[in-house]
Design a protein around this ligand. Sequence first.
Ligand SMILES: [Ca+2]
Ligand SMILES: [Ca+2]
Length: 197
Amino acid sequence: MPRSAGVRWWPAFSALVCLAGCGGDLYTAGTLRQYLKEVVNEALNVHCESLKQSGGGLSAFQCSCPAGFKWCAGHCYKLQEAFMTHDQAEASCVQINSHLAVPRSREENLCVAVMASEENKWLGINDRYSEGLFVDWEGRPLTGEHFKAWARGQPDDASDEEDCVEILGSKSSEHLIYGKWNDRKCTDNNPSVCQLA
Ligand SMILES: [Ca+2]
Ligand SMILES: [Ca+2]
C-alpha cells in the first residue's frame, strides 16, 4: 500500500476504534452512531479504492467481497435482516458459504455492530455444550485472550437457558449497551450477521 493511502486512512479508523472501545456510553447517542457508521464506511471505501488503484495485491483482493457481502476490517460480512433462531441463522449463513460472525477485535466488533444498528444480532458464539464455556461456530473456545465485549452483568445465563450470544443494538434495555454482547435463549429470534472466513 502506498504510504499516502495509509496516512489518509489509519488515523480516522484508529479514532473510531478508540471511541468504540473507550466510550461505550457514547453508543447510545443516535446521531453519533449514524456518524460513526458513515465515517467508517467512508474510511474503508477510501482505503479499498487506494489499494485497488495501486494494485495492492492480496490486500486489494481482500477488499473485494461476493455480492451481498460488505468488506470491513479485513473480512466480508452480510446482514441477514430476517428474524431467525440461532440455529436457523447459522444454517442460512452456511447456505451462502459463510458462518455467523465472530468478532475477534474491537475493529471487527464495530463492523458487526454498525450493521442494522437498532437490532440485536446473532453472533457465532454459544455455550450450549458446557455452561460458561463459550465457543465459536466451530467449537473452538474463546480463551482468555480472545476478544470479548460482554455487557455489564453478562453473560448471566438467565433462567438457566441462555446459551447463544447476540450483539446488542440500540433497542436494548438501558443497562445493556449498543455494541456489547449478551447471552440469550437460542430459540429467540434475531437478525444476524454472516462472515466469510
Ligand atoms: Ca449459558
Ligand atoms: Ca443474558
